[in-house]
Structures are given as C-alpha cells and as structure tokens.
Design a protein around this ligand. Sequence first.
Ligand code: NAI
Length: 454
Amino acid sequence: MSIKEIVCIGAGYVGGPTMSVIAEKCPHINVTVVDLNEDRIKAWQTDDLPIYEPELLDVVKVARGRNLFFSTEIEKNIAKADVVFVSVNTPTKTFGKGAGVAANLEFIGKCARSIRKYAKRDLIVVEKSTLPVRTAEALEKILHSGESDYHFEVLSNPEFLAEGTAINDLQNPDRVLIGGRENETGQKAIADLVEIYSNWVSPEKILTTNTWSSELSKLVANAFLAQRVSSINSISALCEKTEADITEVSKAISMDSRIGAKFLNASVGFGGSCFKKDILNLVYICRHYGLNEVADYWDQVVIMNDYQQTRFVDKIIATMFNTVSDKKITALGFAFKANTGDTRESPAIIIVKQLVEERARVYVSDPKALKQAKHDLDGLDVVLEEDPYEACKGADAVCILTEWQAYKDLDYKKIYANMNKPAFIFDGRNIINPQELYEIGFNVYPIGKAALER
Ligand code: NAI
C-alpha cells in the first residue's frame, strides 16, 4: 500500500511536532492531526502555537495548509486514513488498581474504539504514545472486537524526541524504532512505515523489531536516561560531604568511553512528563510478573530523584539559619528544563511548594513557563514575575531551578546590589561560576561541590 493519508490522534508535545516534521519531509502525504481539545487545535492553526519548541513554527509554516492540517473532526478524518498514529497522553493512573504507578490507558483505549467505529478501510494503527509492553495485544483485541469488517495492523513506533530539541531530534533521529508482528501482514505494515521514514532517515537508522521489544525499548531508554541522572545526583550528595567536586568527578568518569559524557550533570533532579511515569510503569510491570528485585532496582531511581529535590530545600532552610519564614526567595526557572515551556513534573513545583509551606515569600521567574506556573501553583501565595531582575529585587535568596542560557548571562552584580544581605544563591543546575559570584559578595551553594560562604 502506498500511504496517502496519515491521521494522528493527539496534538500535544509529541503529536504536533512529529506530524509537522513528517508533513515537511513528505509533501506527497496528507497529514492531519486531530484532538478533542478545541483550544489546542485552534492554537495550532495560528502562529501562537500551543507549545513552545525551538524551530517548530518554521516547520509548521512550511507544511500547514499544504499537506498539514489540524482538526477536531475525529470521525471524518479516521474515515479517510491509511495510517492512524495514536499520540495521546498516557499518564500515571490516579485511581483504583495500580494508582500512582501503572499507566492510565483510558485514552488509548478510547482511541482504539473510535478507530474501530469510524474506519472505512483496512488500516495501520501506530502506537506513538509510550505504552506498557504488550499493550498492542490489548489494542488488537479492542480493534477486532464487535462488527468491524476491516483489518487493523498494530505497530509500535515509540518517539524518542527530547523537548527543547524536538525538531532537530525528529529531523536527525539517532534511530527510528518500528515494532510489529512477525507474520505477513505485520511485515507488510512495517515496510509501509519504513517507507514513510525513508523520505529523510537513512536505512541503517531505521530499526525494525518485534512489537514487544519496541514497546519495551522505549520504557527502558527512559529508565536508563533517568538512572544516569539519579546516579550522578546520588554522588553529588557524597561530594558535598567530602570536598570532591561533582563537575570534576563527572568529567573524570565521562572520559571513559564505556561511560560517555551525556546525562551526567548534577541538578535538582529530572522532571518532564515521561521519566517518572515511565519508570513507575516499568516497576509496576516487573511486580506484575513477580520480578520484585528488578522492580526495586528501578524504583530506587525515582526515590533518589525525590530525595535530591527535598535535599535541595533542606539545604536552603539549614543554610538560612533554619528558617525561611517571611524571607523572600526567588526561583529562577520553572520549566523542567531549558528551551521548553513545559512544567510537567518539574522539580521547581515541589521545591516552590515546600518553600511556601515553610512560609517563605516566593517569587517565580521563567521566560516561557509562567502561564503554566500560574496553573501549577494555583491557590498558592506566589508572585510570578518574568523579569529576573525585578523578581530578585529585595530577595534574601535566589535559587536557579532551570538551566536557561539567559540565567547564565545575567548581571549578577546588579542582582546582588538589590538583594537583602547576607545574599544567598543556590544553583540547582550548576550553571554559574561559584567563585565569580562569591567575589561579588554572594554566599554560593552549588550542587555537589563545596559551598563558598563567609
Ligand atoms: P500531551 O498531553 O501533550 O498530548 C496528548 C493530547 O492527546 C492532548 O492534547 C489530548 O487532548 C489528546 N487526547 C487525549 N485523548 C484523546 C482522544 N481520545 N481523542 C483525541 N485526542 C485525545 O502528551 P504528550 O507529551 O504529547 O505525550 C503523548 C505520548 O507520547 C505519551 O504517551 C508520552 O509518554 C509520549 N512521549 C512524550 C514525550 C514528550 O517529550 N512529551 C517524548 C516521547 C514520548
């Protein structure tokens, strides 16, 4: 089959950018992204896109109206599709069995039911969302239950993009992973999907596997990445006790080619919508199969991440003479990482909430995430101020929570001059030069290295 019509259900951080790049690279294929959320779809139709991602608007503008469309008409679009990507959210379950650990597959299940109901021909259903291993089996059962006359071939094609670099990751992926059934229809569907990616990805980077390897690989990739962050963060705690310097340790180990350099920056911990939920999901699956030792091993990655956030707040309180009550503390950064407006699971949420609980007067600044921060901190007495200099005026302490380039380039002399003294700076991302700030007059507390205090 030559694919002419692609439909993607879910116009979020993955569906939007992924389909924009497919449309950009495949002008001969129509790509329609559908979503129940009308506001989101409307925003995709304007130049004020619903998500912030560098270079995204340029790509959207190339294809939108040509072969890239955004719509709330799910029925009509499924009816004309050759391939349906499912890219809906798969959050951690908050209720019932598996609450707090298992993935909530409600939205995925609803998509399968819509596809079965509205399809007008055989089609390929692609799992783009991150899903527990063996979800495709459940999808196949839903899709083929009841009265539909059509054949639905389910493929797994997990997405490895990172927010903040999504467009580059999609245009130049390390690899594209496609899993499917080992029978004739499965292999045929895999070939069709390979053909789409072949428009811009070289063959050696397109990896095909069985369905279960593909589904599991996505969970494992996120677990390994998060595990590196927790590993280096665990060592940062030890550095603070021993006068070892985490940046030096990190460099020393990263020059070992077996270890490599990426994901070894100590910080206030990882955030984002995926790492925590995917590890918890992995843990849940392991327990389901009775693999408790394996589950405990991965669980520790999340425990270490929570510890790193609490440790950061404890340090602020202990340093500021055991009370932050009525002290002004400014958080520089609220997004879970630089170059995104996404705050899902951002360490800043926990840190700000804990500081508010200690009755600090908290100010939050961020170049892209304040709209979201307003939502996350709803009901809390927190001031949001985009201008970092204004936000730091009269502060007793500044905490750097997101590694925005703009925060590396700030005029810290000016900030210091307008702060209460003694002035404290807690660098939760290790982006400033501690010695330089100490010389300005700050008491400086990086992660995983000696404090510089007077
Ligand atoms: P998101 O929450 O930004 O977007 C999901 C969209 O799906 C929402 O706009 C929602 O309205 C829509 N939706 C839900 N149910 C629907 C239905 N029945 N019909 C139509 N639309 C529906 O989520 P995001 O971040 O795009 O993630 C999607 C999936 O991709 C998740 O499984 C996630 O784990 C995975 N993923 C996310 C990455 C990221 O960086 N955010 C990276 C790689 C994978």
